[in-house]
Design a protein around this ligand. Structure first.
Ligand code: PRX
Length: 656
């Protein structure tokens, strides 16, 4: 460990070590060794111990069609059975599965028995509408019990769900329905966030009216806000009506381990989001194993992951992991700042939350809010129920880490900084709370059984202390299986020829500590931005901008932002004259709203600058590195003599 780091190591207390599933660094090392010595044996053991199989598997890893790997392929199981029925069989029927807190503070508790009844009824309803194994169902719902029920019901009947985040626009929803060829859309009339009722069904209607969604036979609508929901006869149905007369039991569909449990669209280097396809068996295994090792889940825990079910974190650590481990979890409809910025702390206090998992952006914004309004500071709340904290979605800066550790965790709770991705299904590099000494800002060491490395452009490992490209050296059970409908894009994006198709390319840069080998993620190495923990492709935003009638050309880059991690900066060439002053400000607003409407509010550029042209080389390539420097307000150090039009740099230097 380098000297600088030595002063900032946080060791788990003897108490934490004693009670942990992985107790002490030797126990961690033993698991790593077990996986190294017999990779398939290690994963097979975990899969047999943690997952209930209807038909036990005899094959473990099948690499014959690499990089299209298969795990446990001849085994059969059902995820919903593993999350619900088996807990009830173990005597947990009356245990609370979900504590739902609505935006207005109203609380609903659902036991495992009740949840199974809800899931079964909705599974039966879907079946009665002709939804079968392998059909795709798009879920466009707010954070709700019905959201979890809908996902579990799809899993129960073997339908493949594709959840679309409720903040995405009609266009984004249409594209995802179209790409997946979905037969059913499940939505709500609206959603409550921060005391406001926002529409959803009208956006769903707009999406379907855009065309390209002809595969949709039914739209099932959850009544939430009582807002406008005009129905198309024969197509649109109320959720409460379709479940009304359904029996409370339903036979699970036993599916092959490789059956696609879900698709989840995420941003990549092109304008088109990719449908990340996940499996059933391998995915479930990792959801359970990480609940046990990373979150060290115990029967009395109250687990709270603040993510939305529209993102992968909400899939693995709301809908599947906590339920598959028979835990009690919080599902929260609202936002951290309503009715005030003490909401998270109040909820931890009220529900006696023990494990709390959130994103650095939320922490940073709550630090700021507590500075501005001392009443919203966590010290005003009793947070002594907490025993473990987690972070996910983006690098956590050491200052935010330390504030979180001291003010939320009372300098008592380890923080697991979990590095992973939509594509990885679950944690990849993360501390284990009772085993790994913590260093703020580092996600520390690979999860047992995950073999990660930092390499150069040729795929050769670089020495510790030297930055490089993060890769995973062996396939793992919960990995992405393919990109829906585009296997070639899968191969090229994740198993590129540069690495002879042998290494999984995460798309992030990383550096390992000289002495400890601890990993620190240094950020994306592709054209993907991370804004408030949300992944956005620069090309997606560029495509949205050039679809506006006034825009001739656009280039989008990221710049570091204290609050959101990265901020979106767009350099735009308009079709007419370059505007200045108030006229420019008006166009900025117009374009921001346009992107919000085309993709969703999370994609709105923070800063839009206009030039008569973009900086290009003589061969016509946009000089993105230069744009990044301009966005950051840095002096231009690179040679601009090859620029076709150096004069435009002055135009692009300043925000409107
Ligand atoms: O850049 C990394 C960052 O988020 C990316 C994955 O985004 P997404 O697929 O939306 O999944 C987010 C939730 C798992 C990664 O490529 N990232 C995620 N977690 C961390 C992180 N960067 C640093 N530290 C983390 N703990």
């Amino acid at each position: 460990m380098s000297n600088e780091q030595q002063t900032r190591v946080y060791h788990p207390s003897a108490e934490v070590v004693k009670n942990a599933a992985v107790s002490g660094i030797d126990a961690y090392n033993a698991l790593v060794k077990e996986a190294e010595q017999d990779y398939e044996g290690y994963w097979a053991r975990q899969a047999r111990e943690l997952v209930d199989w209807k038909v036990p598997f005899t094959q473990v890893l099948d690499e014959s069609n690499a990089p299209f790997f298969k795990w446990f392929a001849d085994g059969k199981l059902n995820v919903s059975y593993n999350c619900l029925d088996r807990n009830i069989e173990k005597g947990l029927g009356d245990k609370v599965a979900i504590i739902f807190e609505a935006d207005d503070g109203h609380i609903t508790r659902v036991t495992y028995k009740e949840l199974l009844a809800k899931v079964s009824k909705f599974a039966n309803a879907l079946r009665s509408l002709g939804v079968k194994k392998g059909d795709r169902v798009v879920i466009y719902l707010p954070m709700s019990i019905e959201g979890v029920v809908a996902m579990q019901a799809c899993a129960r009947i073997g339908a493949t769900h594709s959840v679309v985040f409720g903040g995405f626009s009609a266009h984004a929803l249409r594209d995802r329905i179209n790409d997946a060829g979905a037969v059913t859309l499940i939505t709500a009339d609206g959603q409550f966030r921060g005391g406001k009722a926002l529409p959803l069904k009208p956006i769903a209607d707009e999406a379907l009216a855009l065309g390209g969604c002809e595969t949709i036979r039914n739209v099932i609508v959850v009544k939430r806000t009582g807002g406008d929901a005009s129905f198309v006869a024969g197509r649109d149905l109320w959720y409460h009506e379709v479940v009304a007369n359904q029996p409370e039991t339903s036979e699970p569909e036993w599916v092959e381990a490789e059956h696609p449990l879900f698709l989840l669209y995420t941003s990549g280097s092109t304008g088109k989001p990719k449908g990340v396809q996940h499996s059933t068996g391998g995915y479930l295994l990792h959801a359970i194993l990480t609940m046990q090792y990373t979150f060290d889940i115990k029967p009395d825990d109250v687990f709270w992951c603040t993510a939305d079910i529209g993102w992968v974190t909400g899939h693995t650590y709301i809908t599947y992991g906590p339920l598959a481990t028979g835990s009690t979890e919080i599902v929260f409809e609202g936002v951290p700042t309503y009715p005030d910025a003490g909401r998270f702390w109040k909820m931890i206090q009220d529900h006696k939350v023990t494990v709390f998992y959130t994103a650095p952006t939320a922490i940073r914004s709550l630090i700021k809010a507590a500075d501005a309004n001392p009443a919203a500071h966590p010290k005003n709340y009793d947070l002594t129920s907490l025993r473990l904290l987690g972070s996910v979605g983006e690098p956590i800066n050491p200052a935010a880490w330390e504030w979180y550790y001291e003010n939320v965790g009372g300098s008592r709770c380890p923080i697991v900084d979990t590095f992973w991705q939509t594509e990885t299904g679950g944690h990849m590099i993360t501390p284990l709370p009772g085993a790994t000494p913590l260093v703020p800002g580092s996600c520390t060491l690979p999860f047992p059984g995950i073999q990660a490395a930092v390499v150069d452009e040729t795929g050769t490992e670089v020495p510790n202390g030297q930055g490089g490209i993060l890769v995973v050296q062996r396939p793992w059970p919960s990995m992405i299986r393919t990109i829906w409908g585009d296997p070639e894009r899968f191969r090229k994006s994740y198993y590129p020829d540069d690495f002879k198709g042998k290494l999984y390319l995460a798309g992030d840069g990383a550096i390992r500590d000289k002495d400890t080998g601890y990993f620190t993620i240094t950020g994306r190495i592709d054209d993907v931005l991370n804004v408030s923990g949300h992944r956005m492709g620069t090309m997606e935003i560029e495509s949205a901008l050039v679809a506006h009638e006034k825009v001739a050309e656009a280039a989008v880059v990221g710049r570091p932002d204290d609050l959101t991690g990265e901020a979106i900066v767009a350099f735009v060439v308009l079709k007419g004259a370059r505007p200045t002053g108030e006229a420019a400000a008006a166009v900025v607003k117009e374009l921001q709203n346009w992107v919000g409407h085309e993709i969703g509010p999370i994609a709105k550029p923070k800063d839009i600058r206009f030039g008569e042209n973009l900086p290009k080389t003589r061969s016509g390539k946009i000089m993105r590195r230069l744009l990044r420097q301009l966005a950051k307000g840095e002096e231009i150090t690179q040679d601009t003599s090859t620029l076709e039009n150096p004069a435009i740099l002055d135009q692009l230097k300043h925000s409107v």
